[in-house]
Design a protein around this ligand. Sequence first.
Ligand SMILES: [Zn+2]
Length: 453
Amino acid sequence: MIKNIFLALFAFSLVLAEPSFSLIKKGEENKEAVLVIGGIQGDEPGGFFSANLLATEYNITKGALWVVPNLNFPSIVKNNRGAAGDMNRKFAKISPEDPDYKAVNFIKDIITHKEVAFVVHLHDGSGFYRPEFIDAKHSPARWGNCAIIDQSELKGVKYGELEINANRIVKTINEKIKDKEHIYHLKNTHTAQKGSKDAEQLNSLTYFAITKNKPAYANEASKELDVYTRIYYHLIALEEYMRIAGLEFERSFELTPKGIKEVMKKEIRLSLFDDRFLLALKDPRASINYIPTPINQQFSSNYQSQNPLVAIVDETRKGKKGKETNIYYGNRLLTSIRPQYFEFGHSLPAASVKVDGRDEIVTFGSKIHVDDNIIINSQKNVRVNVIGYENPSKKETDVKITKKDIQRNYSIDKAGKIFRVEFYEQESGKKDKFLGMFLVEFARLEALSIKQG
Ligand SMILES: [Zn+2]
């Protein structure tokens, strides 16, 4: 049986509002799986965005793929190497007091799981690795653009021909490089060998895997490259690793730096408060305000997204005054959100509307496309607020509303197309209770499908 996507969230953090990593299992169940890990260091976006694209934009049609795209999620949103130091030096030993303790132990359990066939660990490294010294940027001391193994083989273990397999990756990438400088090489760190220059790799994730008889490979893209070119090389490597394990797959975009850039602009959805409020983020405005929020609740403790690299973070940013609540896609700040507190009511699960003349029931927490106009049918004791809509009669129900009737700067997107329609329960003598909302995107469907197809 083919599973599409299975999201297991490991709530390992006791600190509220600290995002934790996800394990996404794709493809067939109970099959040996390739495990791909990204985001151990938060300043290596080529690695974590590549793993995330595998998780969200690939369909595994044969075999099994497990992906952890955001191992060190707190450091990803902060765009630093490690919020609590370098996590990739904590696999030989770690103190229970270390903030990374639970994450490291969880990922060790996943790596050593009996279904994991081998591990591919993604990094962005400095400069360009060369076996011989050429100059400071191209030398044996650099880590960019190479396939790394800790030793040449893991004897008697399936997929343990580390050098043979990593060389196959190097060859595959080099057939597709965009520039001679980008040429890939094999780097064998001989981690366990006496006098190894890279003895600190004894503390790394891949070497931990090796000691547990799990073949492990690292792929590095250079920090000299723009992020889309890094992802391009990582994905070429990952697709070849999947082929080595006999996986078959489909992807939703063209494997070029340009195709990657396009697919990463796709709308990102995030729902708040058990699907009562939806944010559909496609080039959103810098801030989205007056979001109905239950009294005594925080955004960061009650949200969901199908995209594992999306997080809501409460923080005080450098050079900014006061606390902010920010939505991140990896290390990219998408928007800031601000609450308006309400009691939540439960008397209505959906809204009755007419979209371009058709009767429809719209579930709260969804988005609909409107070609020209929408009419929201009135209901007893329900107040409707189309955010940004004003009309002299103060009526927002049973009237035809088109895009030009709504003030453009109230949209949640910069393009001025996506607007909020909110519903409140009214009872005389009491404060309004928030019931739910949906989003309206004014766009012709034909035009949309051409753009996205
Ligand atoms: Zn790294």
